[in-house]
Design a protein around this ligand. Sequence first.
Ligand code: M6R
Length: 610
Amino acid sequence: MCGIIGYIGQNKALPVLLDGLRRLEYRGYDSAGVAVCDGQEIITVKAVGKIVELDKKISLENKSLQGNVGIAHTRWATHGKPSLENAHPHCGCKQEIWLAHNGIIENYAELKKLLEKKGHKFLSETDTEVIAHLIEENYKDDLKIALQKSLKLLKGAYGIVVMHAKEPDTILAVKKGSPLLVGLGDKETIIASDVSAIIRYTDKIVYLEDNEIVKVNKAGFKIFNSDYEEISKEIKKVEIDKNEIEKSGFPHFMLKEIFEQPKTITDSVRGRLVLSEGKVKLGGLESVQEKLREINRIIIVGCGTAYNAGLVGEYMLEEYANIPVEVEYASEFRYRKPILDKNTAVLAISQSGETADTLAAIKEAKEKGVLTLGIINSVGSTIAREVDAGIYNHAGPEISVASTKAFTSQVIILALLTVFLGRQRQMSFITGKRIVEEIENLPNKINKILKQEKDIKKIAKKYYKSKNFAFLGRKYNEPLAFEGALKLKELSYIHAEGFPSGEMKHGPIAMIDKNFPSLFICPQDSVYEKNISNIEEIKSRSGKVITTATVGDENIKNISDQVIYIPKSLEMLTPILAVIPLQLFSYYMAVLNNRDVDKPRNLAKSVTVE
Ligand code: M6R
């Protein structure tokens, strides 16, 4: 949450900072600001709203932002509403120290009181401003020493970039529980909270660990550990195709990412299917392969879409690998007293690999000494580094705030994991082979669904003014009901709820009338007839019904107002197909309602606060 960037080099800082902010905007977009040092003073411009507002403000104010050193921030509000006062960068009373911060300072109120007693005057409602005043209070003539002293008093999570007018060619950065990395370019160094802000300039990256401080100046960079000793760190080469962070002709990243799914599924399974043995190969699990034989219970933790993918995994792992599975919201798991034993594994699912709740759940599991695993898309992210072993999705960067290709890649990885663990246990060669074969067919089948984009748009045109929506499904597609509702809510702000179809009659059906439509996920699977009865129940109450059904199912037209067809597949893999119409439907519902599809209000892509 929030995006941070800092630049120091031989070029003008502003264009790099603004470009970085645009790339980081998906992390938060309620206000933004830049601070640039021209060698003598630090000049700042801030604006409420998206980066385009900041662009306008910079042109309007015509301030001299010509320096080669600067920091910038795009905000997702936690403490204080989106306003100019609360926008970063923040400064101390003397306006010499400027910093941008990502995370939450938990003891900020206490520190604020203390600093106010010492005469500090605060201008914002943020927790961040406290850090600026604290560093100012501790500053004698060395920013690094002042920062070190201040860090000792901070409780919470942070990624901080900071500069001081008296040390005009230096930027310092530090992180704790919030991502920060350093990009090493040609005579320039860029610090950012996300690789997407750096990749245009360099592929050489140093990932900071918690409590490490980096000091950057024109001569280079130095990293200090938590004991403030200088350390050397490995420079990693990141491999991101630059096209992956562009829209490539699509009007929105979301649509591009929906259409990428045949490819991302292929990428997720590439080199992992062993058809001749009905098995899958998962290099990331090799180190724990033998331990996994002993596992007799898995707890999956995740948030939002990742949680929904976990629910599909629960059905798969229980049915095919015979392992009892529980799926927990990471935000709940971390605060309960989970009963864990040495044969339990905790599996985190996260696209960003930075979600604070999921990270905390994994830390809690590690504390208890159990095996921790991850299904993570973002290579080198904090959760990826935290877990004992894991599987990367290889779905490429997901920029749109609404998760689409990450979901299908999470579900496909769960299918691979099911075959992997199943074959270690009772799963036969034939069953393994059948699943692996069908996995290979999925990209073509997804392409067939994508061809119905225009039909799905037409359906959205009939419903985009609805105030409410229900999404219903059973068994493997029950989690899709939740995912469909989540997509519609977050993108179009229409109230939507997902239910297991069988639950409607226990209460929610009371809401159904001609103005309350439902979308049923109803492929021809083992619960097809049950679903049909539930559709009839809705129709008898005048509810409109859109159905996602299996190609060739003509009968379903008699009880549906609209039908979207998906190709037949193995029951356990149907969610990967059935989710595509839901994604397209939500996309067009949002477009028709003139919503900001890639950046829905109040949201941010990676949720690095509790
Ligand atoms: O990066 P993560 O997968 O850990 O993110 C988890 C959720 O915040 C995320 O899936 C969220 O629910 C999406 N915006 C949904 O589209």
